[in-house]
Ligand binder design. Sequence first.
Ligand code: SAH
Length: 287
Amino acid sequence: MTDLLHSAPALPETTWPTLEPGWVWLCGAGPGDPGLLTLHALNALRQADVVIYDALVQEAILDWAPQAEHIYAGKRGGKPSAKQRDISLHLVELAEAGKKVLRLKGGDPFVFGRGGEEAQTLVQHGVPVRIIPGISAGIGGLAYAGIPVTHRDVNQSVTFVTGHDQSGKTPSSLDWGAIARGSQVIVIYMGMKHVAQISRQLMEGGRAPNEPVAVVTSATTTDQTVIETTLVNLEADIAKAGLAPPAIICVGHAVRMRDVLDWQAQAAGVPPVNLDPLGRGRPAESA
Ligand code: SAH
């Protein structure tokens, strides 16, 4: 991995956009594995004068921008937290100083990442922006755990929710009963703190206590950990396993697909637990 990082592949022949002085590119870094960066992200890393990155960006990714100044703007890891408004204004200042600015955020910048707020501030200050989407943890992180976020036999919808709002509480604007009734698969970001309340509200909304749930922490990194549990046991099993954020919690029968699709375990030599966890036969043989 490190060798790969230090010899990033040449970008394929095409016209790649130039990061001009005075611009801010707001870019997703994906959930962790540097291989999940987009080519636009790599192109940006190579051109930036300054990279402002947040806590969930793997520091190894910064190795692809050795020419740039690296500024940490995250909120974790014992380092002092930067206020959102200060970060946005710092981006404005750097752009106005004529820097080529890369704002790198975990996952996708527009998915529970405050990217919309930062971009809005930039535009309000007349700073030109480019948005580079990334792979969000709620999709790519689950894929690394062997959970397809949609599957024809399981769900025709998926709901992404955040477990807490700006005040740090479970979002009061969320109607958990409606989510419980209407969402076949529920993917929860930032859900660890209020997991007891969330699971209770989903069960009160009609979800079965034994509904499968997976918790994936540090997804796509070398520290990735996955547990499978049920709604009723969710809180206790998180505590038992000693899981810590960042975590994606997935509620729904999609979790059972891990029995056949835990490709990382299979690569390590563990055979699939069940080739047909939904009892539907072989998909290739159905229409
Ligand atoms: N913009 C990001 C989400 C930022 S909110 C994205 O699109 O993925 C931060 C939350 O994202 C974390 O609390 C956690 O719920 C989730 N998250 C981000 N990276 C993760 C990872 N590698 N593993 C598990 N959860 C992750």
